[in-house]
Each structure stands twice: as structure tokens, then as C-alpha cells.
Design a protein around this ligand. Structure first.
Ligand code: ACO
Length: 336
């Protein structure tokens, strides 16, 4: 029987720290509001104007994950890249990683699914490995949000939340009796426009008109917009549902989980879910305070930091869960 285990984790974040106080200098916000509502103290942004891309951040995270796994890019036989901030409208970031790392002519696939992107990508890697198709899959989640946020007062409800960063894992085939033990993925497209960036997309049309000054594209279409209350309510319902589904599937109870690594959406959401499931503080890993919400990158960054801090060890039961735009959500349960 083939199982899929995570053999390497790594992350990379830009050096530039942007504090809540820095944001208060460019928009009508303050440290107290941001911390109280989201838990965020600071986030990382690329240097303005540097045009550093999510692929570039992802490649650095991937190199760290490969090193941690003790393999080279030549050992990778498939790439999965989760992002909502790709370098181009098309092609996707996966092929750019294939080129950057010089990974022969292996397959590369992009996963959208926003904040749930990493959970979807990891679940996909698990299925490919268990089907016997690949031996070492590189799974990357990376985002550059800062170039596309509305930094005016109008955008403050969204822009203070997001940060730039990348995380990656290597998922490998094993005959050992451990690894990914349960996955689930869900969606509810009814709420697609409650958290979205509408442009560019075919629904709004695509013509030379957009090149003109008065192109008719509004800020609401160009920048992310979010019905925050809606997102909050759905997240705190779907997180526990997905967790209970994963635990039931693996015949485990909340107390069997050694570490819960939630998508770093908002500290209040994580704390609400933690209380509902009864996870003690020492069994939950949060780092949103330092990085903000890095969507598809948040879980692999957290896994990488948790492992480096000695909070994840061989044999531990690690639970990851995400909820995000779409709406989409899901969990992966791992016997590490
Ligand atoms: N600084 C100061 N004031 C602000 C800011 C800001 N950055 N943003 C909004 N406000 C003001 C609003 O204008 C409003 O003022 P008013 O009462 O005078 O009209 C007031 O604060 C309250 O605004 P709300 O939007 O109702 O604030 P709320 O308490 O709902 O908090 C938040 C907003 C933090 C977004 C909340 O809805 C939330 O946590 N939602 C979950 C969304 C989330 O976590 N998204 C993450 C991305 S998606 C994902 O990863 C799942």
C-alpha cells in the first residue's frame, strides 16, 4: 500500500515589514482596530515597485522545502502551485517554477481556490501519490498581495488583512504506515462574489476599451472586495464541520490531534474554531500576528515555522483546515 508523507517543508517571506502603524500613515486605520479585529500586528510586503512575483517567492520556499526533504529538483516529478496572485493571467506559475528549478519536463499544474488553495493542492498531491502516479510532488502556496490592494481609506477593511509570502512542502510516496490519512474539499459557489477580485475576467468583458483612461472598470472590480461579516459567519461554521468530517473519517477525536494549523485568515476565526473543538493553546499554531493573511501560503508557512520550532515531530497527528473565497473549504489530517 502506498502512502503519501510530507518529507520537507520550507518558507520564504519578503524582508520588508509593514506594521499597523505604517498602514495608519497611508490610510484611516489604527493599530488597535486591526489587532482587536484580526490579531495582526505586522505583515510582509515586497518592496514597492520591485515587481517581485509570487513565482519568485514560491521558488525560494520550494528550494528550502527540497533542502529539508534532502532531495534535489531533479527528484521532483510533479509540481502543484496554489495562488490567487499569479505572475500572469496565463500561463500559470507552475510552469515558471519548472523552468526556474530546471525540473526536466515534468508536469506542472496551478490550483486556484484562494485561501483553501493549499489544502486543495495537498489533497490533489495525496491522490496522485496514492494512485501510484508520482513519487515526489512539490506543492507550493505563494502570494504577492501588496501590489493589488486598495491602500486608500476606501480599501482599509480588506487591505490591512493581507500579506505577501510563500510556503512549500514535498509530498513523497512511502510504504510506511503514516502520512496523509484523510482529506476533504468543499465549495459553495453561491457566495462566489462575497469575496472576490472580478477583473480581469471574461464576465466583465475584455477589449481595447480597458486600455483607455475612462475604461469603466470600478475600484470594486479591480481590487479585492469582501463581505467581512459573511466570511466570518461562514468560516466559523465550515471550519468545525470540515474538521469533524476529517476526524470521523480517520476514526479520531479532537483530543487525538497533536497540532492544529488553521489557515491564518483572522485570529478571531482561529480562536473561535479552537474553542469549539476544545483544542488547548499549546496544540494550535498561529502566526498571523507576524504575517497577516497570506491566503494559499499561510498554511505551508505555518507548517514550516511549527516544524522549525519543534512543534511537529514524526508520528504526530497534524490537522490543517482552510476556508476562503469561493466559498471553498477543506481539511487534511496527517500522521507526520
Ligand atoms: N481601520 C479602522 N476602521 C475600519 C477598518 C480599518 N482597517 N476597516 C473598517 N473599519 C470600520 C468600518 O468602516 C466600520 O465603521 P462604521 O461602524 O463607522 O461604519 C467599522 O470599522 C466596523 O466595520 P465592519 O466591517 O463591520 O467591521 P467588523 O467588526 O466586521 O470587522 C473584519 C471587519 C475584520 C473584516 C471582520 O468582518 C472579519 O473578521 N471578517 C472575516 C473576514 C476575514 O477574515 N477575511 C480574511 C480573508 S478571507 C479568508 O481568509 C477566509
Amino acid at each position: 500500500m502506498i502512502n503519501s508523507i510530507i518529507t520537507g517543508v520550507g518558507h520564504y517571506v519578503p524582508e520588508r515589514i509593514v506594521t499597523n502603524y505604517d498602514l495608519a500613515e497611508v490610510m484611516d486605520t489604527n493599530d488597535e482596530w486591526i489587532q482587536e479585529r484580526t490579531g495582526i500586528i505586522e505583515r510582509r510586503h515586497i518592496e514597492p515597485g520591485s515587481k517581485i512575483t509570487s513565482t519568485e517567492l514560491g521558488v525560494k520556499a520550494a528550494e528550502n522545502a527540497l533542502k529539508d526533504a534532502g532531495i534535489t529538483a531533479q527528484d521532483v516529478d510533479f509540481i502543484l502551485f496554489a495562488t490567487l496572485s499569479p505572475d500572469y493571467y496565463f500561463p500559470g506559475n507552475g510552469v515558471l517554477v519548472q523552468k526556474a528549478l530546471g525540473c526536466k519536463t515534468i508536469g506542472a499544474m496551478d490550483i486556484r481556490n484562494q485561501c483553501s488553495g493549499f489544502v486543495y493542492a495537498l489533497s490533489t498531491a495525496d491522490a496522485f501519490i496514492k494512485a501510484g502516479k508520482y513519487k515526489n510532488i512539490l506543492v507550493i502556496g505563494a502570494e504577492v498581495h501588496s501590489f493589488g490592494l486598495d491602500m486608500s481609506d476606501e480599501g482599509r477593511g480588506v487591505s490591512v488583512i493581507f500579506g505577501d509570502g510563500a510556503g512549500a512542502v514535498v509530498v513523497s510516496a512511502t510504504t510506511e504506515d503514516r502520512g496523509i490519512i484523510s482529506t476533504n474539499m468543499h465549495s459553495e459557489g453561491e457566495y462566489a462574489e462575497e469575496l472576490a477580485v472580478l477583473f480581469p475576467g471574461t464576465k466583465l468583458g475584455w477589449s481595447d476599451e480597458i486600455l483607455k483612461d475612462d475604461h469603466g472598470i470600478t475600484k470594486k472590480e479591480l481590487y479585492p472586495h469582501m463581505n467581512g461579516n459573511y466570511v466570518f459567519k461562514h468560516a466559523v461554521t465550515r471550519f468545525p464541520e470540515s474538521i469533524q468530517e476529517a476526524l470521523a473519517d480517520a476514526n479520531l477525536k479532537p483530543e487525538d490531534v497533536d497540532l492544529f494549523v488553521p489557515h491564518q485568515a483572522n485570529l478571531r476565526i482561529s480562536q473561535f474554531v479552537q474553542r469549539q473543538l476544545g483544542f488547548p493553546d499549546e496544540k494550535v499554531f498561529n502566526n498571523i500576528q507576524k504575517y497577516g493573511n497570506t491566503t494559499a501560503a499561510s498554511i505551508p508557512i505555518a507548517l514550516s515555522e511549527a516544524k522549525a520550532a519543534g512543534k511537529i515531530n514524526k508520528g504526530d497527528t497534524v490537522l490543517i483546515t482552510a476556508f476562503g473565497a469561493g466559498f471553498t473549504w477543506g481539511s487534511v489530517l496527517i500522521k507526520w
